[in-house]
Design a protein around this ligand. Structure first.
Ligand code: GTP
Ligand code: MG
Length: 239
């Protein structure tokens, strides 16, 4: 694990929970309810990966697969400016691709192999969200087995990319909150479950007061479980 690199999230507390930041060679799943901040973290890490190592980045580029049409260039620019980076340049180093359905999403990831093999400056791949198209297209109990099989294959391709090319993969997964969720089994929730069958790091994001959010590490293989608080501010993810 010595060769694993980390990308800062912008929050020291969240970085601490992650053992220093978002790791390369691993898939990190961010799961939580709507508005919890999953997309905001994806935007922030897409900016931060471009920072030099002494500022918590990898001097790398990002590839952002947007399945819900929530990628915001203005938000990227604001986050870049706040770090003293050139907004236009930062935006150019994030290749955003809109995936319109599951087949498209799968095809994009299959083509990534070639793109990344040619451009070794890509250090982050985001899929926001990994599950939305799958849930919409394969709804109903009778489709569950096919859905899980297709999704599993897709996820394992992403994990392989992370391992082969020493890059970070972040996927988001909207999971509805329910009153007993935080006391019950966190991997089973109304509206879906986390990707517990795939290797990687799982972080639950919960809403707190105002712009405060709680991040909770869930069954991490090499990290202690715990909770931290961070904020979503106008300049991005902060303590
Ligand atoms: P879903 O995709 O619906 O599951 O939600 P999500 O978890 O991706 O939530 P998202 O990251 O979109 O978080 C949205 C929240 O981030 C908003 O409700 C705001 O609280 C916060 N936010 C977004 N943009 C800004 C901004 O420019 N300034 C500040 N202060 N907060 C922002
Ligand atoms: Mg989102």
């Amino acid at each position: 694990r010595a060769s694993v690199k980390k990308i800062t999230t912008g929050s020291q507390a969240l970085d601490g929970l992650l053992g220093g930041g978002i790791e390369t060679r691993t898939m990190t799943e961010l799961f939580g309810e709507f508005g919890s901040g999953k997309t905001q973290i994806c935007h922030q890490v897409s900016v931060n990966v471009q920072l030099p190592p002494e500022r918590g980045g990898l001097s790398g580029k990002a590839l952002y697969i947007d399945t819900e049409g929530t990628f915001r260039t203005e938000r990227i620019k604001a986050m870049a400016s706040a770090l003293g980076l050139e907004p236009k340049e930062v935006l150019q180093n994030i290749m955003s691709i809109r995936a319109i359905n599951t087949d498209h999403q799968i095809a994009i990831v299959e083509e990534l192999q070639d793109i990344i093999a040619k451009d070794n400056s890509i250090k982050l791949v985001v899929v926001d969200s990994i599950t939305s198209h799958f849930r919409a297209e394969y709804s109903g109990r009778e489709n569950l087995a096919v859905r899980q099989q297709k999704l599993n294959r897709h996820l394992h391709q992403l994990v392989r990319l992370a391992e082969i090319y020493d890059l970070a993969v972040i996927v988001t997964n909207q999971v509805m909150a329910r009153p007993d969720m935080f006391y019950g089994d966190p991997t089973v929730a109304v509206g879906g479950h986390t990707l517990y069958h795939v290797p990687g790091i799982r972080v639950q994001i919960k809403k707190s007061r105002g712009n405060r959010r709680i991040a909770r590490m869930v069954d991490a293989p090499h990290l202690p479980e715990g909770e931290v608080v961070f904020s979503i501010t106008n300049t991005g993810i902060r303590d």
